[in-house]
Ligand binder design. Structure first.
Ligand SMILES: Nc1nc2c(ncn2[C@@H]2O[C@H](COP(=O)(O)OP(=O)(O)O)[C@@H](O)[C@H]2O)c(=O)[nH]1
Ligand SMILES: [Mg+2]
Length: 297
């Protein structure tokens, strides 16, 4: 009998959720940056362990939302964990029990989710702090198991992975065995461009930016041509993104193309175009284009 189930990773922004998903999937499926709120929608990683298919769900961080985009991201995070068979509450052990973590734990408790506590970043925190932190969290939400890991260097991740299959319900695989994610290639392409924007620009620029793939065309020689548009909220952001003599946009394109080529396993021609569009982060159509539902219905 096979087993198959959804495992949601929830936590505050920057806890390391996307890093953990990528580590477990063994591939860069979800983009990662040192900045909060890099992940904007739910990303599914499809893993196979023995007779089990583990459907790992990365979610946007949960925080107090302001813009329509922010509200849609937080809604997507909760939806991502709603239908999960198991929730991994991922906590940055160095940051400890912040107000955000408290609020998330309280909500998980209220919804009576099956929860496992995963303390992350143990590579950079004081070991003696881990036990009191575990106790404090266990007082807020009842957890079945606790793991201490470093998604960054992989410590403890194998142990966590090995514990998952027996915890999943019996049932047939829900996804084909050779798929890594349900994210369409067009969206992956846009995400990898967005990742470079998060890594290469600062302050409000990455938050004021969205990326959409306009064309994704396979060529007879096996390569693929991708045209993507970067929307910015303000003219000043466009200038920063393009950079002196086009240097910044060239560097964003070059890095994203490299990552994309690795993930798609073929040669990629990537063309980027920057457009100003104020208020895109409040537009229903733009939110839909990046896979989010309008939080206001
Ligand atoms: N030192 C350390 N850094 C980590 C670890 N896991 C994630 N990070 C870093 O924390 C930051 C946020 O990671 P990310 O996966 O984007 O967090 P998310 O917002 O929860 O998805 C990135 O700079 C990661 O490289 C870890 O185990 N140890
Ligand atoms: Mg993330």
């Amino acid at each position: 009998m096979t087993r198959c189930g959804f495992v949601a990773i929830v936590g505050a922004p920057n806890a390391g959720k996307s890093t953990l998903l990528n580590r477990m999937a063994g591939a860069k499926l979800s983009i990662v940056s040192p900045k909060a709120q890099t992940t904007r929608f739910r990303v599914l990683g499809i893993l196979r362990r023995g007779d089990a298919q583990i459907l790992l769900v990365d979610t946007p961080g949960i925080f107090a939302p302001r813009r329509k985009l922010d509200r849609a991201m937080v809604a997507a995070a909760w939806t991502g964990s709603q239908d999960a068979d198991l929730t991994l509450l991922l906590v940055d052990a160095r940051a400890g029990l912040t107000a955000q973590v408290r609020a998330i734990a309280a909500r998980l408790a209220e919804q009576k989710r099956r929860t496992w506590l995963v303390l992350n970043k143990v590579d950079i925190c004081d070991r003696p702090a881990l036990l009191p932190l575990t106790a404090e969290l266990a007082a807020l939400v009842s957890v079945e198991h606790t793991f201490m890991i470093s998604a960054g260097n992989g410590d403890g991740v194998e142990d966590l992975l090995a514990s998952l299959p027996p915890a999943l319900p019996e049932g047939p695989f829900l996804y084909p065995d050779d798929e890594l994610t349900d994210l369409p290639d067009r969206l992956l392409a846009a995400e990898l461009v967005r990742e470079q924007i998060f890594l290469q620009t600062h302050e409000e620029v990455p938050y004021g930016t969205t990326v959409e793939t306009e064309t994704f065309a396979e060529r007879p020689d096996g390569s693929v041509r991708i045209d993507a548009t970067i929307y910015v909220a303000r003219a000043g952001q466009k200038a920063i993104l393009i950079g002196e003599g086009g240097a910044r946009i060239k560097s964003i394109g070059a890095k994203a193309r490299g990552e994309l080529g690795r993930l798609l396993e073929r040669h990629v021609h990537l063309f980027l175009n920057v457009k100003e569009r104020s208020g895109w982060d409040d537009e229903r159509a733009r939110l839909r284009a990046i896979g989010l539902d309008d939080p206001d219905g």
